[in-house]
Ligand binder design. Structure first.
Ligand SMILES: *[C@@H]1O[C@H](CO)[C@@H](O)[C@H](O)[C@H]1NC(C)=O
Ligand SMILES: *[C@@H]1O[C@H](CO)[C@@H](O)[C@H](O)[C@H]1NC(C)=O
Ligand SMILES: *[C@@H]1O[C@H](CO)[C@@H](O)[C@H](O)[C@H]1NC(C)=O
Ligand SMILES: *[C@@H]1O[C@H](CO)[C@@H](O)[C@H](O)[C@H]1NC(C)=O
Ligand SMILES: *[C@@H]1O[C@H](CO)[C@@H](O)[C@H](O)[C@H]1NC(C)=O
Ligand SMILES: *[C@@H]1O[C@H](CO)[C@@H](O)[C@H](O)[C@H]1NC(C)=O
Length: 392
């Protein structure tokens, strides 16, 4: 009898856990009766292409074949257009997108593209690293001698940057793990394609925040950060050979020990510097006024906040806001400053979810608007909650 019961229980568990998950089906918004004006610097044609490309990358399992410079460049136009619509300044030169991808396909397909590259991604190839290093050295030499670079050395589009330690301070895991489990990847895009002089994209995965599938921030948590190449600054070192400089990617140069401390190889600080210092201080002070906490508890809570930022502060306030008025007030202030995504926000990053991006509107192409053949009009602008951003 007892065994029978156990068996039933077992079957029950197996059946319910393999139950199809009832998630609202992802849908790409194909309603193009109206469009949104593209902002300065953003190419509407590209933004629209990027929008379709995003949907394809998520929804089509063969899409990894289309991961290339041109498509990724369009994707960035789309992301920036969406960022502006979310109340972010147009001219950001520094900023990070965080994509919460409930489908877990965005990153997966980029990784499939990486694995399909003919020349690999330089992972686990110390020998190959050495070759690159050699290449970089000889290319620098060739600048001095004004020789042509050896163009036959292959470049992978997606490559491992190898400087992940700085991006994942929040994890609190060892450096070895950061490199093996959560490496930082890079993609080079030719200058002039992306807005605002960006020429490089840094991306990777962060630890997931919510494992409840009905949570809007469920799924992969991916950062995507457009960066300038910064190679121009390198001319301090190598004179006026700008034309040649464009051929050398920063990754190659930064593999050379001598240059690792120069500006162009500086570790990326964006994710850290964007945490709200004033808010963190305020919360630290409030923690001191909560009598039931021991000094050790306060200490570990503060440490966690310093690593994880706003969403951790928010999580902590939820434990106390019923009992302490100062916590309640603080929480309200937090919500009014950061809006509904407070619980998924570390600092000043631009937060997207896959659902939100799929539901986005198309951008108004100049051709589209001037053409009388179609009846597209500008979408009515609904008010967005503007975030007091420090992007500049
Ligand atoms: C498309 O969007 C417009 C403007 O928001 C709306 O009026 C219209 O009903 C939508 N059409 C469909 C088929 O959803
Ligand atoms: C926008 O991008 C398209 C497609 O890449 C290109 O043909 C067009 O010239 C660009 N427009 C501007 C204003 O740069
Ligand atoms: C892609 O999806 C199709 C249909 O959904 C399936 O037949 C095919 O095997 C999938 N391919 C891969 C590589 O997963
Ligand atoms: C260029 O690189 C290829 C591949 O490493 C090599 O075989 C070739 O000899 C190089 N050419 C020159 C001129 O260095
Ligand atoms: C998951 O989230 C939904 C909606 O927010 C909630 O109703 C449900 O209780 C949550 N489930 C778990 C296991 O936390
Ligand atoms: C949107 O903003 C405008 C001015 O900024 C304001 O007049 C209007 O009432 C707002 N609409 C809503 C629905 O909040």
């Amino acid at each position: 009898m007892h065994h029978l019961l156990t068996l039933f229980l077992f079957i029950f568990i197996v059946v319910t856990s393999s139950w199809p998950i009832r998630k609202p089906k992802l849908k790409f918004n194909s309603n193009s009766t109206c469009c949104i004006l593209a902002k300065l610097h953003i190419n509407a044609t590209r933004a629209n292409h990027g929008r379709e490309y995003f949907a394809n990358l998520i929804l089509n399992n063969e899409s990894y074949k289309d991961v290339n410079e041109d498509n990724i460049c369009s994707l960035m136009h789309f992301f920036m257009q969406e960022a502006v619509l979310n109340g972010r300044p147009i001219t950001f030169s520094k900023g990070m997108f965080i994509l919460y991808d409930s489908t877990k396909q965005f990153f997966n397909h980029l990784m499939m593209a990486k694995d399909a590259q003919t020349h690999g991604s330089e992972e686990h190839r110390s020998g190959y690293f050495k070759r690159l290093k050699h290449f970089a050295l000889s290319s620098i030499k060739s600048i001095f001698k004004l020789k042509k670079l050896n163009q036959s050395i292959p470049h992978a589009f997606i490559y491992v940057r190898g400087d992940e330690s700085s991006h994942f301070r929040e994890r609190g895991i060892s450096q070895v793990h950061r490199k093996t489990i959560y490496p930082a990847y890079g993609m080079d895009i030719k200058h002039g394609c992306m807005p605002n002089d960006f020429g490089h994209i840094l991306f990777g995965k962060l630890r997931d925040l919510y494992d409840n599938e009905s949570d809007p921030y469920y799924g992969d948590r991916i950062y995507i950060k457009p960066e300038e190449f910064g190679l121009q600054k390198f001319k301090h070192y190598i004179g006026h050979s700008r034309k040649y400089l464009q051929h050398i990617s920063r990754r190659v140069i930064c593999k050379i020990e001598k240059f690792q401390r120069t500006k162009i190889c500086s570790k990326d600080e964006a994710f850290r510097e964007n945490t709200d210092i004033r808010l963190t201080k305020q919360w630290n002070q409030i923690l001191s006024t909560i009598p039931i906490l021991t000094e050790n508890e306060r200490k570990s809570m503060r440490l966690k906040v310093s690593k994880e930022g706003i969403h951790e502060i928010y999580r902590q306030t939820s434990k106390f806001y019923n009992d302490y008025i100062q916590v309640r007030d603080f929480r309200k202030a937090l919500e009014s400053k950061y809006g509904y995504d407070t619980r998924s926000r570390k600092g000043n990053e631009i937060i997207f979810t896959t659902e939100q991006l799929l539901e986005s509107r198309i951008s108004c192409d100049p051709i589209m608007l001037s053409s009388n053949l179609n009846h597209r009009i500008q979408c009515p602008m609904y008010n967005q909650s503007t975030i007091n951003s420090v992007f500049n």
